[in-house]
Design a protein around this ligand. Structure first.
Ligand code: NAP
Length: 234
């Protein structure tokens, strides 16, 4: 993909989503982003003015995603790249100690939120006969650990959901489950505590991830991919 692509990113207020948004904008692409934190979205709107479009949207709400997609599809047309990045992790705990409301929230954002975005953006991409959908998975979507069972369940679900979607899409489109690697974000600090600082920053990660994402195309449909970051702690 060359400059000027329309890129939808969920979860742009922090972490990987924010670093990707900054990276794509720097390369001349148009970012349509969302997150729940109103304060962060307002600040991003000041840094990234039109044609970029940042909105307060909770991806767990089908109604909010529908309103967001309807508005930006009219203003910007079908996206070239959709990055389903927004996610939550449960507080470290064995499964039987995870409260029902917390389990529900992880599933609502990590699985249903991704389905909501696909439901409202993909029909326009199918009509345009092009576009790539990247669903953020994890090492914990391909292996497991103790104390993150709800998160693991959702990321294994993302791998399955994405493979099914890849079988449904017409030619010209792609759906890809992506493991981003291990990066020092709020999410990693929640799981790893102080040792999260041994891992690379989102900004360093984005220097590799953004060009990698821009190279994805319809030939990658259904491929289980990992961002090629390498180093002592990866
Ligand atoms: N960091 C890692 O090492 C790592 C490893 C493997 C996979 N991943 C995956 O990579 C992706 C990004 O992770 P991260 O580490 O950057 O996480 P993070 O630092 O916790 O950031 C998560 C982002 O998602 C947004 N978000 C959460 N719930 C949302 C909702 N309901 N609606 C809209 N936005 C929402 C958050 O913004 P608001 O709070 O403002 O909504 C925030 O911008 C996730 O899918 C994660 O599972 C990360």
């Amino acid at each position: 993909m060359s400059g000027g692509n329309i890129i939808v990113i969920t979860g742009v207020t922090r972490g990987l989503g924010r670093a990707m948004a900054e990276g794509f904008v720097r390369l001349g692409h148009v970012v349509l982003g969302c997150g729940r934190s109103e304060r962060e979205i307002r600040a991003l709107q000041k840094s990234f003015s039109a044609p970029h479009d940042l909105r307060v949207v909770d991806v767990a709400s089908d109604e909010q995603v529908q309103a967001w997609a309807t508005a930006v599809l009219v203003s910007h047309g079908p996206p070239d790249l959709v990055l389903n990045n927004a996610a939550l992790v449960n507080r470290n705990a064995p499964l039987w100690k995870v409260p029902a409301a917390e389990f529900d929230a992880v599933v609502d954002v990590n699985v249903k939120g991704v389905a909501n975005v696909i439901r409202h953006f993909v029909p326009a991409m199918i009509q345009a006969r092009k576009g790539v959908i990247v669903n953020f998975s994890s090492g914990w979507g391909r292996a497991t650990d103790a104390d993150v069972a709800p998160y693991c369940a959702t990321k294994w679900a993302i791998e399955g959901l994405t493979q099914s979607l890849a079988q449904e899409l017409p030619s010209g489109l792609a759906a890809i489950p992506l493991n981003p690697g291990i990066i020092n974000t709020d999410m990693l600090r929640s799981c790893f505590g102080g040792s999260a600082s041994n891992y690379r920053s989102p900004e360093d990660w984005a220097k590799i991830a953004v060009p990698f994402l821009l190279k994805l195309g319809s030939d990658d449909n259904g491929k289980q991919l990992t961002v090629p970051i390498r180093g002592a702690h990866d």
